[in-house]
Write a protein that binds this ligand. Sequence first.
Ligand SMILES: [Mn+2]
Length: 437
Amino acid sequence: MDNLLSTPEPAGGIPIAIPRESAGGPSKRSAKSAKECKSPSTKPSEKGVSQSQSQKQSEKPTERATDTAAGPPVPYKPTWRNDLCGLDAIPGAVKWEGPQRIKTCQLDEPTKAKFSPLEPNDLRMVIRAVIPILKSEPMLIEDVPFDVTIVGDIHGQFHDLVRLFKGDAKDGKEGWECMKYVFLGDYVDRGRQSIEVMTMLFILKCLHPDRIFLLRGNHEFYKVNKSYGFLMEFHDRYTNKRTVKGLFLLFNEAFCWMSLAAIVGNIYFCSHGGVSASAFTRRHMRGLYKPVYLSNEDSLIQDITWSDPAGGLRGSTFNKDRGSSLFFGFDELCKALASMNVVAIFRGHTFLDAGFANSWGVCFTVFTATNYQGRPTNGAVAYVDPTGKVHIQIMESDPVRTLWEDRVADEEGTPKESVEAKQADGVVGGTGQLTCM
Ligand SMILES: [Mn+2]
């Protein structure tokens, strides 16, 4: 397992200037980030941070002086101004380290693995154990401290989850034993090992309820995951139809008790999709009750799990790409962040070649699955250090893994009759076109 780890390699940091107006957009930012990502890394060194800062200053002398010296956490006093959204109150929070290539590892397993099914009784036991824990957490988990890693969409790519934990391992301890994690949802569908991903995370939640926080994504709803791979995975693994249906419904029962959002260090809002244009306050979120079976039960739930940021937009508009919820612009986001009494948002939901993007300096998107849909794409997580500063960590594309292609090949190779038979079973929906993320 020695090859699983590599030491931090600080790359050139990207100074993030907060735009006074909503100029530019996610596409511009992500293009720049992707370019930055490919640049060769410098030697691993603790001095990398100050080095990159001095680079920043020399490249862009007009920007505000950097004030990111490590020190005790700065007590946060909200000073709400619509243009900066309060970010000027926290030195360090407006700047981030830029991409750092710190996690590259490959697993030894063969590409075309045949996955042996987990014992149905074991799965039932895990889910029955995790439901009371999920149930006990509020809809909005407000007390997640700093020093936490925020993880984006996994989408059934178990090897990426393992790489993440291996990358954080230190002193003989696995990542989950020494780190805290907020997962932003979309654990299932698309990849080939949704069952393993979900089971592992549920087990870790049982073992470390204060280290692992599982938020709900739009794929953790029955209406979505019956059509995008999760249900099909049960059909692939288990022959007994009652087992298939029972396990599928049991997992979805657990999803109904998941929390929707978290707040890190009282200043960073975390959710799968984004913000809502109405009633977006902590009080409203505390007023939501579990279990939630359908995302459209409440517009607040729908928006938190489905919405997207959009560059160049004022206010919000119908999200025609998703067919539901909304697109929100910079002004709408600032309004929502202010009403939630936070300064920035971390979200997943949007697939990105670089694995991450920062829109407007206050909207971080991380997408953790690599080689998504068979293309050589990177994954990323965001680490919020003990002082509240954000570090983006890149998980590089692993060319050995092209599981998506395998899956597509499998589905194309499936006789039509058997798919129809499964649909007639009453559990399966149509495979449909894969559009939502
Ligand atoms: Mn999503």
